[in-house]
Design a protein around this ligand. Structure first.
Ligand code: NDP
Length: 271
């Protein structure tokens, strides 16, 4: 019988990752046999860990914080989108032995947003809060979706400016109040520090937004999304759907089959 293909997720920390559960569920859904493991190398040992994985028969890796820039650097090939973002969350060993890097975080976000905007985002005025690793992929994918307006605000303005240049949008020091879609890509919720994101300009933007989306998910997203509702936002959504979609798109790169993320409920994975 053919050996199951070996996949995994690399991060530090990695114990919180839902990727092993998600990918095993995708394998069951698509009737494939895979093995999926989690790896937590020391902060200076990503390359050794990934090379060891691929040299020992591994087929593909998901890569999470803080190794996404290292994943791009390790690959012999990279998609144009991953190169533009400067970060990769997927590595795949190709038949010719090359390791290819991809970024499915941005497309995962857009796929999830499609359930709110089935006809595209050309009429949306979008505000992205944050300019870290996740925001890079989000910003490039949002700019590619060609919304009516798109700007980035970040605690450290210089980082917003750099990202806006890469993505092709505007960096602003103060959030515009007429945003229709506000996306929180900060890590403040993870650190229990949401209040510091809720400056008066952000609150005004939340008040008028039709949809407020937080890239973080589960309990980390709740303080920001609750505040958004309190400010007057019409709808809120956390990043669980994005998480599922980036995983589904990476599974499709590896296995050639796109699973159906909507079949996986958060409660079936959250511990
Ligand atoms: P980074 O550490 O790379 O970036 C953090 C960002 O948050 C920076 O822009 C930082 O601002 C800002 N920030 C942090 N704390 C505060 C604060 N107290 N007040 C204001 N701004 C703050 O993190 P990531 O980009 O990797 O992750 C961001 C979020 O995205 C996380 O919650 C993560 O869980 C989520 N995520 C979700 C994914 C999904 O699939 N749903 C995928 C990847 C990430 P500054 O530049 O000033 O430091």
């Amino acid at each position: 019988m053919k050996q199951p293909r070996l996949y995994g997720v690399v991060g530090n920390p990695v114990s919180h990752s839902l990727s092993p559960w998600i990918h095993r569920a995708f394998a069951a859904q698509t009737q494939k046999r895979i093995v999926y493991a989690a790896y937590q190398p020391p902060l200076d040992a990503f390359e050794a860990c990934a090379q060891n994985f691929f040299n020992n028969g591994g087929s593909g890796l998901n890569v999470t914080v803080p190794f996404k820039p290292d994943a791009l650097a390790l690959a012999n090939r990279a998609s144009a989108f991953a190169r533009r973002c400067g970060v990769a969350n997927v590595l795949a060993k190709r038949n010719d032995g090359n390791i290819a890097a991809y970024n499915t975080d941005g497309s995962g976000l857009i796929k999830d947003l499609q359930s709110f905007f089935p006809n595209g985002m050309s009429d949306q005025k979008i505000l992205l809060i944050g300019a870290g690793g996740a925001a890079r992929a989000a910003a490039c994918a949002i700019a590619d979706a060609k919304p009516a307006a798109f700007c980035i605000v970040n605690r450290t303005f210089e980082k917003a400016k750099t990202l806006a240049e890469v993505a092709g949008c505007e960096a602003v020091e103060s959030a515009p109040a007429d945003s229709t879609l506000v996306i929180n890509a900060t890590s403040a919720g993870l650190a229990g520090d949401t209040d510091s994101v809720l400056t008066s300009d952000i609150k005004a933007a939340l008040q008028n937004a039709n949809l407020v989306y937080d890239l973080s998910y589960g309990s980390s997203a709740q303080p920001f999304l609750t505040a958004a509702k309190r400010c007057g936002a019409k709808q809120t959504c956390d990043g669980y759907g994005m998480l599922l979609w980036q995983a589904a798109l990476s599974y499709a790169i590896w296995e050639g089959t796109l699973p159906t993320p909507s079949l996986l409920t958060y409660s079936s994975f959250s511990r």
